[in-house]
Structures are given as C-alpha cells and as structure tokens.
Design a binder for this molecule. Structure first.
Ligand SMILES: Nc1ncnc2c1ncn2[C@@H]1O[C@H](COP(=O)(O)OP(=O)(O)OP(=O)(O)O)[C@@H](O)[C@H]1O
Ligand SMILES: [Mg+2]
Length: 168
C-alpha cells in the first residue's frame, strides 16, 4: 500500500458531481503533478482531500499511512501532516512568518500552551528552519515576503512540503 492513496474518489459541489472516480497512489519522496484544463476539478480534489465543508464526498476512500482520513476534521488531517498551500498567499497582519511556522509545529506536536515538554525548543526550531530554507533555496526569513523585522505580516508560503516532511 502506498503512503497516500486516493481510491475511486467521487465528490460534488453544490449538488454537481465534479470528481468522478479519482485514483492516485503517492509514496514518500515522490512529487506528482495533477494537470487538467480550467474547471476540470484540480482544486476540488485538493479541497476534498483537506475536508473543505463545501465539498461533499460521494464515494471512495483516501488513505494516509493506512488510515482512512475522510471521517476526520480538517485540523485532524493537518495534524497528520497533510497541508494545502495557498495558490495566492494571504497576509496576516501582525503575525511573523517564524511565529506562524513555530505555532504550526507546536500544534502538530499537541502543545496546547500547558505541557512545555511537547513544545519545540527555540534551538531545535532554528535548526529545522535553517535546513528547510536551504532546501527551498531561501536565504532567510527576514528577507522573505511578509517577514520584516520587527514582526510584520505573514505570507503563508508556497511549500515544497510541510515543514519537517510530516515527521516533526
Ligand atoms: N464553490 C463552488 N460552487 C459551485 N461550483 C464550483 C465551486 N467550486 C468549483 N465549482 C465547479 O467545479 C468545477 C471544477 O472546478 P475546480 O475549481 O475544481 O477546477 P480547477 O481544475 O481547479 O480549475 P482551475 O484550473 O481554473 O483552477 C467547475 O465546473 C467549477 O465551476
Ligand atoms: Mg483550481
């Protein structure tokens, strides 16, 4: 079984059937491009995988590491490591990029502001961020859009992968 399997997925939006049986298997480290004309359902597939409430699943299965995710809420899917990047990044005034990323990692680790043992340490975060920025050929976040010093707005970036490849 592949790490991520979409099996005969059917989905509709506002009563209109869009996905009519999509099957795709993806393993760790693979990059797949889904291509098709405007309106063919690429975004619908992404939203359906993430659990967007406006998209109805009519049939099929989506398995992530063997677990069927279709019954999970979007945040539970996100905690498993599934991430939907924005086509047009949004600015969130007052939230720096590093803050945004560190908060996302802590959420995945189950840190709720109480049990500090679950929190990523500043040192570990800096090291992880440095490694990931090198992969993206991004020099540093102070020069990235939306991350001036002092704290500025966040532009949620196009991501090659979720930070830490879902293993954080
Ligand atoms: N919220 C919505 N309400 C009604 N119809 C929708 C909605 N979202 C998508 N659709 C319809 O679903 C179909 C697939 O659209 P979708 O946006 O998934 O295509 P796409 O392949 O991502 O297109 P593009 O290349 O333009 O991004 C289209 O016919 C579109 O009109
Ligand atoms: Mg689209």
């Amino acid at each position: 079984m592949a790490d991520f399997e979409i099996r005969d997925l059917r989905a509709s939006v506002e009563g209109k059937e869009i996905l009519k049986g999509v099957t795709l298997a993806i393993n760790k480290g693979e990059v797949h491009a889904v291509m098709g004309p405007n309106g063919s359902g690429k975004s619908t597939l992404s939203y359906a995988l993430m659990g967007h409430p406006g998209y109805t699943i009519d049939g099929g299965d989506v398995l992530f590491k063997g677990q069927n995710i279709l019954a999970l809420e979007p945040d539970a899917r996100a905690r498993l490591g599934i991430f939907l990047a924005f086509q047009y990044p949004v600015v969130v005034p007052g939230i720096s990029m590093t803050n945004f990323l560190r908060t996302a990692i802590n959420a995945r680790r189950g840190y709720d502001g109480k049990d500090k043992s679950k929190q990523i340490s500043p040192k570990e975060f800096r090291s992880l961020l440095k490694d990931e920025l090198e992969v993206l050929h991004a020099p540093d976040l102070s020069s990235a859009a939306g991350s001036p010093h002092p704290p500025g707005p966040t532009r949620v970036p196009w991501c090659r992968r979720p930070l830490g490849s879902g293993e954080i």
